[in-house]
Write a protein that binds this ligand. Structure first.
Ligand SMILES: Nc1ncnc2c1ncn2[C@@H]1O[C@H](COP(=O)(O)OP(=O)(O)OP(=O)(O)O)[C@@H](O)[C@H]1O
Ligand SMILES: [Mg+2]
Length: 368
């Protein structure tokens, strides 16, 4: 989100104005070239002999700038993510004395990034130099061609042509000033588009449930409806290249039943729970056999508890209204009474990044 904000604030701010200016200057260049052809007649060929290579070089330079800026943004993302990861886990990094290897990793990315930045500014420098000299060369070549072909006596025509050439020069400068921003816009637009088009989870209760999912309401009395059922093969995304991470499942958990899932590390226990929540997609080609029955509201305590910014009470209620009886029941069920007595401020204690650090067990109990 931070990176997207950076894209929006840095690269997209005022982009419509830049696009309009770029388009207007292109239009002006086109009409001024026509006017110049009328004034300079055959000498226009001299101007074109300078303009055509100049335009071709500028197209190549702006394409290369677009590619470089795309690569630069990818490296910036990678560096920001790595630095954030290191800062978030700074205790672990310090405890295992990983500082040097982390520093090396960040430095390697930074070196690539600086190389990219150097290429970008070299290209941009060439581009700006080209557009600073290009309009002058157009004027010189046009006037030289005219005086060479038609002689110096037609001063009124030369002055009229000078006006056109000066307009052309101003338009070229505006074009050069705005085209770099327009070129930089494409990688930004692609990144924002990619972010906005990320897949949603297949099941979002209250808004969307695909045909293979049956969401039963809390009050359902039907015998089968109270059960959790998960059948089929599932993968982490809807794309066809995604392999199935859970295969040929046939799980049914009856209402009130307690089930323990046991397996080796990384064997897919948490993935199975996420599939039961409806966060996985049927594997490619296995859409027809996928079935999920689940209640509309599920309590889920993830392996790594999520603690939000706020007080302990905010984290327990998590947006629900305060009901003294239910609240006391929840605290007792999660064995939190002792923690409430220990923590300064009880359930009003501020937890999260800026508050008290909870122990692993306390975090798990708050999650429950
Ligand atoms: N969001 C995800 N996208 C893609 N692959 C994932 C994702 N989450 C987990 N995996 C992969 O799925 C596999 C199973 O992971 P999972 O977390 O389900 O294991 P686990 O059985 O819960 O392990 P543990 O006992 O350590 O908790 C791992 O190889 C992991 O890399
Ligand atoms: Mg797990």
């Amino acid at each position: 989100m931070m990176l997207i904000n950076n894209d929006i604030i840095m690269n997209m701010h005022g982009i419509i104005f830049s696009c309009t200016m770029c388009f207007n200057s292109l239009l002006a260049i086109f009409f001024l070239t026509l006017l110049m052809a009328m004034k300079l007649r055959l000498a226009t060929l001299c101007t074109l002999s300078v303009a055509v290579p100049g335009v071709l070089v500028s197209i190549i330079l702006s394409g290369a700038m677009g590619l470089t800026i795309g690569r630069l943004q990818g490296l910036m993302d990678l560096r920001t993510l790595t630095v954030r990861e290191v800062l978030q886990g700074i205790r672990v990094v310090k405890a295992y004395a990983w500082e040097e290897s982390m520093e090396e990793k960040i430095r390697a990315i930074r070196t690539d990034e600086l190389g990219c930045l150097r290429s970008y500014f070299r290209l941009a420098g060439n581009f700006i130099t080209l557009f600073a000299t290009f309009p002058r060369l157009i004027i010189i070549s046009g006037l030289w061609g005219y005086t060479f072909l038609y002689g110096r006596h037609n001063v009124s025509n030369i002055f009229a042509a000078m006006q056109v050439l000066t307009g052309l020069r101003a338009s070229c400068e505006t074009f050069a000033g705005t085209i770099t921003r327009v070129v930089n816009m494409w990688p930004t637009v692609q990144r924002i588009e990619k972010y906005l088009k990320l897949d949603e989870a297949p099941v979002i209760p209250g808004t969307r449930a695909p045909d293979w999912v049956t969401i039963w309401p809390e009050s359902s009395q039907s015998a089968n409806m109270g059960n959790l059922k998960l059948v089929g093969s599932f993968s982490w995304g809807s794309e066809t290249w995604r392999p199935a991470v859970l295969q040929n499942l046939n799980l049914e958990v009856r209402r009130g039943e307690m089930v323990a899932i046991v397996g080796a590390v990384g064997s897919g226990k948490s993935t199975l729970l996420q599939a039961a929540l409806g966060e996985l997609y049927p594997a490619p080609g296995k859409h027809a056999e996928a079935v999920l029955w689940r209640p509309e509201v599920c309590a889920y305590c993830s392996q790594v508890p999520h603690i939000a910014e706020g007080t302990l009470r905010d984290n327990i209620l998590f947006g629900q209204h305060f009901d003294q009886e239910r609240y006391a029941e929840a605290i007792s069920a999660a064995s939190l009474e002792n923690d409430l007595n220990l923590l300064p401020g009880g359930d009003g204690a501020h937890i999260g990044h800026r508050g008290i650090s909870l122990s692993g067990g306390q975090r798990a109990r708050v999650g429950v």
